[in-house]
Design a protein around this ligand. Structure first.
Ligand code: PHE
Length: 359
């Protein structure tokens, strides 16, 4: 057989191979130990130098051509095999998972989102502060001096003395009111913020857990009075409970950081023996509030002659219980999937004022 015939026959066999195994068989028959091209290469040794000079490049050229063609065909077949494999493994990521293993939104998160939505509509921004606070922000600046009995009332978790920062005793904040201080010190009036977050008190029974959630509200501007407070709370509670017959009762109260201080009750009716918000058959306390004490405003470097404001604080967990009907606060933090399935909210159901803040 001529070299040309051998070359075209081998290349034709490579092109015709329809599997990697078939291709390997062609390689062995041409370039293997007993292969046709290997046999030709062996003949070079017996040639005269002149003959070898002519035949060497031809035979080696043949070997190179076949080697290159084998590699190209192999790469082509491997990439076709990969494409076929990928095609069978194709996943449409835009489809929902068949089992829909979706989690749910915890009622605390849901209520915080509802409150943020309601207050955003009234022009309030969301502010945050640290859960590990110092004594000054949590108490002193809020007009609760060291000897004040309110400090004992708060059942504070203090950090050990050796964990003091810059000589300041550290504690877990007992309320969200220190965010009032941080906000007034960091931004200029007019101020309109809500501050939701975790707070801590050493207390535990069916309606108290050592960690719970509060939301603080603060408005500071010129000429703010109790009427603004009442309107804001009424608007917020009607939007939150999604009924127009929400009735508020304002009772004089005492907080060191507000003057006057007002405790707010909402009226409820009894429907089949269950308390339902609305009407005035009975009263439930829902929040503490008042006009920000001039001393607190001054503690933050503002002139209380120029600026006034109101503040309020309420328990997020308690609001959730009232709106969605849970009766044991401890279950909120048990992480029991059955409870979450029952009381949780769809992750896709974002509260909006237009669609109703509730789920
Ligand atoms: N910080 C108070 C509490 O935890 C609530 C409150 C906030 C009262 C703001 C008045 C004004 O009980």
């Amino acid at each position: 057989m001529t070299l040309e015939a051998l070359q075209s026959e081998t290349l034709a066999a490579i092109a015709a191979a329809d599997s990697l195994d078939a291709l390997e068989a062609v390689r062995i028959s041409a370039l293997g130990k007993q292969g046709s091209i290997s046999a030709l290469l062996k003949t070079l040794g017996q040639m005269s130098p002149e003959e070898r000079q002519v035949q060497g490049p031809i035979i080696n050229g043949l070997r190179e051509a076949v080697t290159a063609d084998l590699a190209a065909r192999k790469a082509e077949m491997e990439s076709a095999a990969l494409d076929a494999k990928l095609a069978t493994e194709r996943l449409d990521m835009t489809l929902p998972a068949p089992e829909r293993p979706m989690g749910s939104i915890h009622p605390v998160s849901q209520v915080m989102d509802e409150l943020a939505e309601i207050f955003a509509d009234l022009g309030f921004a969301v502010a945050e502060g640290p859960e590990i606070e110092d004594d000054w922000h949590n108490f002193t600046a809020l007009n609760i001096p060291e000897t004040h009995p309110a400090r004992a009332m708060h059942d504070t978790f203090y950090f050990p003395n050796q964990m003091a920062v810059d000589g300041k005793a550290m504690l877990l904040r007992t309320h969200t009111s220190p965010v009032q201080i941080r906000t007034m010190m960091n931004q200029k009036p007019p101020i309109r913020i809500i501050a939701p977050g975790r707070v801590y008190r050493s207390d535990s029974d069916a309606t108290h857990t050592p960690m719970f959630h509060q939301i603080e509200g603060l408005v500071i501007d010129k000429g703010i009075h109790l009427g603004h407070l009442k309107w804001t709370l009424e608007t917020f509670l009607k939007a939150f409970f999604e009924r127009n017959d929400v009735v508020l009762r304002l009772r004089p109260s005492y907080f060191p950081f507000t003057e006057p201080s007002v405790e707010v009750d909402v009226g409820y009716s009894l429907v089949n023996g269950k308390r339902v918000i609305g009407g005035n058959e009975g009263w439930m306390e829902v929040l503490g509030s008042g006009m920000v004490h001039p001393r607190v405003i001054a503690n933050c470097g503002l002139d209380p002659q120029e600026y006034q404001g109101f503040a309020f604080g309420t328990g997020v967990d308690r609001l959730a219980m009232l709106k969605y009907g849970m009766d044991d606060l401890r279950a909120f933090f048990d992480g029991d999937l059955r409870w979450l399935k029952h009381y949780g909210f769809s992750a896709l159901d974002v509260p909006t004022l237009s669609a109703g803040v509730g789920a």
